[in-house]
Unconditional design. Structure first.
Length: 321
């Protein structure tokens, strides 16, 4: 009887231990609210801490500064910026290299002396020098309020399109990662970071129409001008470059906003609008007589006539004497 009691007690204790272990495991499963690894059924490693979220293998988002962070390989340096790799923006960009002089920023292939408050439209590459080589860290594009350089908007890695409007109307989203921007118009794109749930907005006007100028003057069919030449149609934000016989000169701006060219020569006029569209005009201004020229000629003739009359009178006086 005693042996039976001891065995029964031992069995009960073993069962109790099993129940406790199962209860503990059950309690852990209930308390954990994060992601579960599909293979091990253990809590998944999100690659994040309290202040940073992993976007890609080489890109973090810092919640304390709301900046993107790119660690430099084999270095303690971290490059911080308000743009992620591959972003297209129309606002100022700031690069914080932490004082590391090996970090360089190139715009359209030209190194920039100042890497803060970058505003000029162009393609930018942030790199780090390692000996005689340069390693790319990330790149981005800045465009103006209007541009002709974009054919499509491509979301950076870990981002997706949330909404698109064109000229103020909702546009259909055919692709969650790419927006076709071939057509002219004003586009506003909202795109979201899947890792942080933060929405970013990008807005610009696609303008592919070159500027157009109107010329007035005595112009023949061979584009030869036999007078001063006036042109108008230069809009705010346009840039003009005028070459006369290969040398840059400046036209005379009139009070009504038009421009005037007086001197004879072979001209090339280049006009660029704010979106980057260009139009070239070639013409030749011939030697011509204007009001000033006629006045000069008449004055010269009057002087010659006066001198001739004076000489004639002098000769008569000499004969009489």
């Amino acid at each position: 009887m005693k042996k039976l009691n001891i065995r029964l007690i031992a069995a009960l204790l073993a069962a109790l231990l099993v129940l406790c272990a199962a209860g503990a495991a059950f309690a852990v499963d209930i308390d954990y609210s994060g992601d579960i690894d599909g293979e091990s059924f253990e809590p998944a490693d999100t690659g994040s801490d309290d202040t940073r979220t992993v976007l890609t293998s080489s890109l973090y988002f810092d919640w304390t500064t709301h900046l993107f962070v790119v660690p430099v390989e084999d270095s303690l340096t971290e490059v911080k910026s308000n743009v992620a790799d591959g972003m297209v923006v129309n606002e100022a960009v700031n690069i914080d290299s932490g004082g590391d002089s090996s970090v360089a920023v190139f715009k359209d292939g030209v190194e920039q002396a100042n890497i803060t408050n970058l505003r000029e439209p162009g393609e930018y590459v942030v790199s780090v020098r390692k000996g005689s080589t340069t390693m790319r860290l990330f790149d981005f594009i800045i465009v103006g309020d209007s541009t002709n350089s974009l054919q499509r908007f491509i979301c950076p890695d870990s981002f997706y399109i949330e909404s698109v409007t064109k000229d103020g109307f909702d546009a259909a989203i055919a692709d969650r990662y790419v927006v076709d921007m071939e057509e002219e118009g004003t586009y506003e794109i909202a795109y979201e970071c899947g890792a942080t749930d933060i929405i970013y907005r990008f807005k610009t006007t696609i303008d592919r129409t070159p500027p157009s100028l109107e010329f007035t003057g005595k112009i023949d069919q061979q584009q030869r001008v036999h007078s001063a030449l006036t042109f108008r149609g230069v809009e705010e934000g346009d840039t003009i470059i005028l070459l006369r016989d290969g040398t840059e000169v400046s036209p005379v701006k009139q009070q009504d906003g038009s421009y005037k060219i007086f001197d004879s020569g072979n001209y090339l006029l280049k006009v660029f609008d704010a979106a980057g569209n260009e139009k070239d005009y070639s013409f030749q201004i011939m030697v011509y007589l204007n009001a000033s020229s006629w006045m000069f000629i008449l004055l010269t003739l009057a002087v010659i006539a006066g001198v001739a009359i004076y000489i004639r009178i002098k000769k008569k006086h000499l004969k009489i004497g």
